[in-house]
Ligand binder design. Structure first.
Ligand code: ATP
Ligand code: MG
Length: 556
């Protein structure tokens, strides 16, 4: 990676949240920094989560503080341990370490229940028997105040007894809920007697069948933060209004002080991609992609399978910064990060994706040439490259006729084979349809690693693979999944799918790639950056994913 990137890895860029932390530490409001990353285990993490992970864990690193991984698991119906496991894997792969064991909001269900009782005892929570539809009607709108529930003024004793009944499974789903008694006329709808607990007869991935009432996100999140002694609770802007409820709940319960404070930043929106687990799940369940880690998915696991590195994703998050402004980041900004990383670090290799056969008529016995693994990093060593009488070059690298702009192989002209000799195209052989099947060439044996001695200028360089000593390979050439910059706005995702988002090609790679490791990036010279697919690729079945093109591609 470039120097800029290397230094960047060790520092979180200053932003409005780090300024607040600096002030809190200077004023003595806090003497430590404790953050958390709180995913709901209802899907795989995506690039937006990477931003939140880098921010929360990055701040903890920067300030010598701590960061918890906490599963916000209050909705058992949509959650699964498969997601819990994938989230842990992704956070670790990104290079972060959480404090102690992962936490679960469900670890606190007993305590949460106790705090609910405390609110009832204080007369600021009640059991409401309005149906969900009635509750919606009573809630009012942004322009009209809501009205009080007829159950709002129940006595503490009655509420305690009814909440107990809820807990014991004596109410059907939707028949009763526990609500905070705040203000049905509040300009903030979240403050209009929000639901704290609902009845749900569902098995939970952590607590099994212990509970049939589950706490709501707003009730759970702030209390979990306070239990864990989080100092700065960082979330995205859509929770701005909820901060009032966050503070209200904590102020009304007898939990340890100082209380955590919530800060909001703008979510990452990435051009051409969906960053909603719900929508990504639909792509998976509809079979549009090959699972959550399909290399076209903006998930961390998809980007990983595609060949992205943790360093590139961290650098991307650093570059986009943290603000309160809503914005959409160009996809090319993400690609630039992995391209810079791989340009610096990926070994070079040769692969021919659209092969055409070349016969070098004046060449004799196979020779083993040497090729450097990286043009400017001799410490990365070199590899053996078999050169034989028959080789493959790419179809696009030969023309029977061409103007001077075309610096590849042309009939009657010369070109250099990368890491090898200069060859000259003498004649071609075609099949019945006119398709070129073989290009017959001669080579100049005096041109290995040097220019022709008589001063002939050979400008072009093309890549090649021996036709006698190679490995067959599949190449998965990926492009954007959608044809539009904002797929979330599409009514039907099927209408904006890019039919060319995956094109499969079969060609050949140099034999050294038989030892390619999954996820290790290579630059296939003149073609792009590729990595062995971690799912379908193996020593005996080389399948390479296109990570990113060599040059920036056109935007939408
Ligand atoms: P989704 O809509 O994809 O389900 P979410 O916000 O519901 O996202 P959570 O699992 O609740 O997903 O998110 C965990 C953390 O990641 C939260 O703090 C959330 O604010 C943050 N986060 C989620 N999406 C983004 C994003 N696009 N940009 C930045 N942070 C995000
Ligand atoms: Mg969520």
């Amino acid at each position: 990676m470039s120097e800029e990137i290397l230094t960047a890895e060790t520092e979180t860029r200053a932003n409005f949240i780090t300024h607040i932390i600096d002030e809190d530490l200077a004023s003595g409001k806090h003497n430590n920094v404790y953050t958390r990353f709180p995913p709901e285990p209802n899907g795989y993490l995506h690039i937006g989560h990477a931003k939140s992970i880098c921010l929360n864990f990055g701040i903890a690193q920067e300030y010598n503080g701590k960061c918890n991984l906490r599963f916000d698991d209050t909705n058992p119906v949509k959650e699964d341990v498969e997601y819990v496991d994938s989230i842990k894997r992704d956070v670790e792969w990104l290079g972060f370490k959480w404090e102690g064991e992962p936490r679960y909001a469900s670890d606190y269900f007993d305590q949460l229940y106790g705090y609910a009782i405390e609110l009832i005892n204080k007369g600021v929570a009640y059991v409401c028997e309005l149906s969900p539809e009635e509750m919606r009607e009573y809630r009012g709108t942004l322009t009209e105040p809501g009205k009080n529930s007829p159950y709002r003024d129940r006595s503490v004793e009655e509420n305690l007894a009814l909440f107990e009944k809820m807990k014991n499974g004596e109410f059907a789903e939707g028949k009763a809920s526990l609500r905070a008694k705040i203000d049905m006329a509040s300009p903030f709808i979240v403050m209009r007697d929000p639901v704290l607990y609902r009845v749900k007869f569902a098995s939970h991935h952590q607590t099994g069948d212990k509970w049939c009432i589950y706490p709501m996100y707003d009730f759970t999140h702030c209390i979990s933060d306070a239990i864990e002694r989080i100092t700065h609770s960082i979330c995205t802007l859509e929770f701005q209004d909820n901060r009032r409820l966050y503070d209200w709940i904590l102020e009304n319960i007898s939990i340890q002080r100082p209380l955590p404070h919530q800060y909001e930043f703008s979510r990452l929106n990435l051009e051409g991609t969906l960053t909603s687990k719900r929508k990504l799940l639909k792509l998976v369940t509809d079979g549009i992609v090959d699972g959550w880690n399909d290399p076209r998915m903006p998930t961390i696991s998809g980007l990983r399978r595609r060949g992205y590195t943790p360093a590139a994703l961290r650098e991307f998050c650093r570059r986009i910064g943290v603000t309160k402004q809503d914005n959409v980041v160009e996809y090319s900004a993400l690609e630039a990060c992995i391209r810079e990383d791989l340009n610096e670090n990926a070994p070079r290799a040769m692969a021919v994706i659209n092969p055409v056969r070349v016969v070098i008529e004046n060449f004799g016995e196979k020779e083993i040439l040497k090729a450097p693994n990286h043009p400017n990093r001799p410490e990365l060593g070199e590899r053996d490259l078999p050169f034989t009488r028959e080789i493959y070059i790419d179809e696009a690298d030969f023309r029977e006729e061409a103007n001077k702009q075309y610096k590849r192989l042309v009939l009657g002209k010369e070109v250099r084979l990368r890491n090898a000799y200069v060859i000259k195209a003498e004649r071609v052989e075609k099949d019945a349809s006119g398709q070129i099947t073989t290009i017959f060439c001669t080579y100049d044996s005096e041109t290995l690693g040097k220019n022709p001695s008589d001063g002939r200028k050979v400008k072009g360089v093309i890549h090649w693979v021996s036709a006698e000593d190679n490995k067959p390979a599949e190449f998965r050439i990926y492009d954007r999944l959608f044809t539009v910059a904002n797929p979330s706005a599409a009514e039907d995702l099927n209408e904006v799918l890019n039919p060319q988002s995956l094109v499969v090609k079969h060609g050949f790679v140099e034999p050294s790639l038989a030892n390619a490791k999954a996820e290790q990036g290579y630059q296939f010279e003149r073609e792009g950056y590729f990595c062995l697919d971690s799912k379908d690729g193996s020593k005996d079945n080389l399948v390479f994913n296109l990570t990113v093109n060599l040059k920036e591609s056109v935007a939408f």
